[in-house]
Design a protein around this ligand. Sequence first.
Ligand code: PLP
Length: 371
Amino acid sequence: MARLKPLHEPLYLTAVFRQVGEAYLTPRNTELKYSREENPTVLNLENKLAKLEGADNALAFNSGIAAIATLYFSFLEAGDEAVLSMEGYGTTIELARLIGRRFGVKIRLAYPRAEDIVEEINERTKLVLIETMTNPTLKVIDVREVAKRCREVETILVVDNTFVTPLLYKPLKDGANFVVHSLTKYIAGHNDVLGGAILWNGEFIHDLWNWRRRLGGIIQPFDAWMIERGMRTLEVRFERQSKNAQAIAEFLSEHPKVKEVHYPGLEDDPYHEIAKKLFERDLYGGVVSFDVGNESNAIVFLRSIKKIFPSPSLGGVESIVTYPVKSAARYINEEQREALGITEGLIRLSVGLEPLDELLEDLDKALEVVK
Ligand code: PLP
């Protein structure tokens, strides 16, 4: 039979590969024999992710947190310190603290501004983890400034680029050592599969690969195939979501029931200038946060919204709202939340692909009920 040439890479739904004769080596000199180590469908996803992020290497995981856990296990040792953004994904902070407590690593939380992060870095700092755009108040961190300091003291800089995607910004070109993603969000994009990735430039790090193998966090082949499928529409989805988010942010900032809007695409947003400096396009992402005054207003709003689901994720084709005080921000204390502007009235909206006028109507109707 003539060799078939499928348009897309096939799905290798297999746990094992037959071992006959010589070992089958991948281009990174790892052996293809068992899918906890390597799988061609996973490798295909990794190649595409690396291309998208402008990286030489990629490892894919079964969730964003599995990727972050593998970095922690790979690099942190007793006596080290790590600096994390105080406004970060809750489980990223929670896991660092638990590992830190168990293995003797001091975790310092810094306000998500380059000068405050740099202030916390010292000669014991082994790793710094920041998010390009924070969750939920969408502060944009000047990654270049943090990278400069990390280079001086030879600290590993990890940038979680989930919220902005490589379409807006590629932290590796500005000096980050590793980029991590929750692929579950924009990159997969359909709220139906979980995944994570670590990307970097330079040599392939076999020790990191070995930590993935030891912790068993590799993505399953079917999930990798789903994510690669979702990636094919990333650009059109992200562009539409960002444009709709911009229009929604402008609408909300004029609305009498809304106290404050956080969105770096607004010209008077305190992070607009940093975003303009870093981002490759005149787009600012698909998440908007806004304050409806207090907790009871927030609850009334969440109960009244009809077409937008209250649900704990972002980046998918469906619009989703969350209440950050009770979700992402529950791992920091009240004082820290206050300093960050994570108020009792704050709502986070991830804009999907629904028609803009339907979303605006839904938001307007739910805001009518707010006092
Ligand atoms: N990083 C960010 C910025 C996130 O928002 C999330 C999840 O919401 C994660 C990491 C964790 O990813 P996952 O849920 O895929 O484990």
